[in-house]
Design a protein around this ligand. Structure first.
Ligand code: ZN
Length: 137
């Protein structure tokens, strides 16, 4: 019995054509951008203009556990303040940042509703208590 799979004919030896590293890595190479504010040429991986400090593009979102925990706690414990990191993260271009932003806003809304409910209940109870006192007195 003949093993068909091993009948491979001699594979043509690849000629090592030297590919310039620059073109291999950067297929979408754009000319160096120019700062809109001071017109100086900046590197295409720059987030801020080194000359005038103008923001050129959104820096990549860096996930930080301590920031995430902090923002989550702010959203839950200090309800209205959670909207600040929430909106800030929603405006970022990074998908993960947007999800975190939605999380903070959702937590803030839930915490706000719970806080309002607790306050309304508290004032209703207080009102009832005061009414009882007046009725008794
Ligand atoms: Zn500039």
């Amino acid at each position: 019995m003949i093993d068909i799979q091993n009948q491979s004919t001699s594979t043509p030896t690849k000629l090592a054509t030297p590919v310039p590293l620059a073109t291999a890595n950067k297929n979408l190479k754009l000319p160096n951008p120019i700062c809109k504010k001071c017109q100086s040429v900046v590197g295409d991986n720059f987030y801020f203009c080194p000359n005038c400090g103008k923001k050129l593009k959104e820096p990549p979102f860096k996930f930080s556990l301590s920031n995430t925990v902090g923002n989550t706690l702010v959203s839950i414990l200090l309800p209205p303040l959670g909207f600040l990191p929430g909106i800030k993260h929603l405006l970022m271009h990074d998908q993960k940042a947007k999800i975190l932003g939605l999380l903070y806003i959702t937590l803030t809304i839930i915490a706000t509703v719970i806080t309002i409910k607790i306050m309304v209940d508290y004032f209703n109870n207080l009102n009832k208590m005061l009414n009882d006192i007046y009725l008794l007195g």
